[in-house]
Design a protein around this ligand. Structure first.
Ligand SMILES: Cc1cc2nc3c(=O)[nH]c(=O)nc-3n(C[C@H](O)[C@H](O)[C@H](O)COP(=O)(O)OP(=O)(O)OC[C@H]3O[C@@H](n4cnc5c(N)ncnc54)[C@H](O)[C@@H]3O)c2cc1C
Length: 356
């Protein structure tokens, strides 16, 4: 029986980050993905590493989030991350100091900037407001490339990565999860982590734990532009946008429903008009793609990280906003799995809080 230290189900941002940290620490890791890496919610994310917006009981992770992303950038030369300013106006929170009360990192402390400063930061804004909330250190990652980079690095440390292979069920022996079953066969691991996004729900059928994770849709829009229009992230009542590559502007929108008036295509066209009105030089932009991503969201909106039962065989790793939190949650979970010592930073997020 080929036994791994760790079997990870799902190669979204959580599974990829956990595979990276665990393989780097010398664990024998198997990462199993039913399609391709980043084919779930992660592949449709906007890419904003928004540590300054974290509020308690997650805010205490903000410093770790920044540190972990800086470490990834240093350790993986091709990691697609850049740091930029973020400007928020016309949306909550109106009071930057209140939302950032617990942040002790100066680069994350939001401050209010004047219209002149806004013009200097984003010269293409057609109607810069009188004031905006400014944060110096927002991160932008290209989610698909970031996940591919983590998966590749995990492979470099010896992880085995199997794609196009769905886990159909958990293998249980004497009441303990001992691995997973797939159409390609059974694989055994000392520990199994479900990082399968919404797929966690099906895999927990028959287990004693039921997790209140529900699908929360959001829309990712890509626009073709002739030249770069934004330097950082701009978030206001009409648009949340950033530059992708020079020819692509990326925006995220709330999902409303699937009707012709409010469906994703209609929202895409409304966003197109809004951006044309908001940015100088955007009059000729064209809508390139509209995609709906299904975010796994727990009922209490908190991460779910840690043991799924008392037997020590099965673990969960799920969170929103996942792109922001994944490296930190994955690193902490990886350390817990290796040392057996529970991290106090994760104590509010245990799956067992949902056990009835
Ligand atoms: C439009 C949009 C914008 C967003 N913007 C941001 C942002 O700017 N910043 C931020 O922090 N977050 C953002 N998010 C949220 C973020 O994308 C999610 O929180 C995060 O991607 C969840 O990652 P995950 O790894 O838990 O799940 P997923 O990315 O869904 O990964 C789960 C993986 O498991 C695989 N899988 C499922 N079942 C099985 C199975 N049985 N066997 C094998 N594999 C399986 C799936 O194929 C998938 O690849 C955004 C989301 C959307 C939709």
């Amino acid at each position: 029986m080929n036994q791994y230290d760790l079997i990870i189900v799902g190669a979204g941002i959580h599974g990829a980050a956990l595979a990276y940290y665990s393989a780097k620490a010398g664990q024998r890791v198997m990462l199993i993905e039913e399609a391709r890496p980043a084919s779930g919610a992660s592949g449709h994310a906007f890419g904003w590493i928004n540590a300054s917006a974290l509020i308690e009981p997650v805010q205490h992770l903000a410093q770790n989030v920044m540190d972990d992303y800086h470490h990834l950038q240093a350790a993986l030369p091709s990691f697609p991350l850049r740091w930029c300013a973020e400007l928020t106006y016309g949306v909550c929170p109106e009071n930057p100091q209140a939302s950032a009360a617990g942040l002790n990192l100066s680069s994350l402390q939001p401050r209010t900037v004047s219209q002149a400063e806004i013009r200097a930061l984003e010269p293409n804004l057609a109607h810069p407001p009188l004031h905006a909330r400014y944060t110096q250190a927002a991160g932008i990652i290209s989610p698909v490339e970031a996940i591919e980079c983590l998966v590749l690095a995990a492979e470099g440390f010896g992880a085995r990565v199997v794609c196009d292979c769905a886990v159909s069920q958990l293998l249980v022996e004497n009441g303990q999860v001992v691995g997973v079953s797939t159409q390609a066969g059974n694989w055994y691991g000392k520990k199994t982590v479900l990082a399968a996004g919404l797929g966690v729900l099906d895999l927990l059928v028959g287990q004693s734990l039921h997790l209140p994770i529900r699908p929360s849709p959001a829309i990712l829009l890509k626009f073709e532009v002739a030249q770069a229009l934004l330097n950082g992230i701009v978030s206001n009542a009409d648009m949340e946008a950033r530059q992708g590559d020079t020819c692509t502007l990326i925006a995220a929108e709330d999902y409303i429903d699937n009707t012709p008036e409010n469906g994703p295509a209609a929202i895409g066209l409304r966003a197109l008009e809004a951006i044309r009105g908001q940015l100088n030089g955007a009059q000729s932009i064209a809508l390139k793609s509209v995609a709906v991503g299904w975010r796994p969201l727990s009922d209490d909106h908190l991460p779910i990280v840690g043991p799924a039962g008392d037997d020590g065989g099965l673990y969960i790793l799920s969170a929103h906003p996942g792109l922001t939190l994944a490296p930190t949650l994955a690193r902490l979970l990886s350390e817990e799995l290796i040392t057996g010592v529970a991290s106090p930073l994760l104590s509010n997020f245990r799956p067992m809080r949902f056990r009835v």
